[in-house]
Design a protein around this ligand. Sequence first.
Ligand code: HPA
Length: 270
Amino acid sequence: MLETIKQTADYLKNKIGEIPNTAIILGTGLGELAHEIDDKKEIPYTGIPNFPVSTVEGHSGKLITGTLGGKKVLAMQGRFHYYEGYNMKEVTFPVRVFQALGIEYLFVSNAAGGMNPSFDIGDIMLIEDHINLFPEHPLHGKNFNELGTRFPDMSEAYNKGLRLRAMEIAREKNIKLQHGVYVGVQGPTFETPAEYNFFRVIGGDAVGMSTVPEVIVANHAKMKVLAFSIITDLGVIGKIVEVSHEDVQEAAKIAQPKMAEIMRTLIQTI
Ligand code: HPA
């Protein structure tokens, strides 16, 4: 595993040149943030040694380097979801490569269903914490001490300093920013009303099919994490309607410029 990670990191070092200190994972319908990256260079996943290839519509599958808000970044357009059939080592492989590159900050975005009754479709939720309900853990198996400790602390999985800064920026820019707990599930089904209710009862504000694995590995790697959910549908009793992948993509697209604005401003300062 260590050799594979190193091989991919070496390949990217050659392609990228100066290594940024921030990586961004763009979620469903949120790939358009990539349009705001200047002096872009695109590296399709298909050409990257050892990288899995993304299969879902709305995830085009490439790494993008360039500048966002004047700062160099490395963005993943298209992530690897567990429901696609990848195992957790594959899902989180890009984060290991970011670690090997020496990247310090990981920004993550996703589309999610909102269980908190005060949420509306199109809201942005700053993730404060998560509940991991995936059936496989990304750190299951032999621990490589070179990558991180056997029993990683998760008391502040989403960096508090970054969260406070994001809230401050949202306030300054008059962007409505919700905050809450993200429940990570395997999908690919959306939830039944009883499941949404269950996730609310156990302390969740939003539910989605990604993010938690990458955030766990980023914490194992001692990276500082900031993550946002775009609320694309509601899992609130009385407001639950039929939902499709297209609805999710559409709602995410509408909210994404506001999320991009927060990310861009924040990246300028780190
Ligand atoms: N549930 C799970 N994943 C999701 C949802 C949802 O309601 N919306 C977008 N991704």
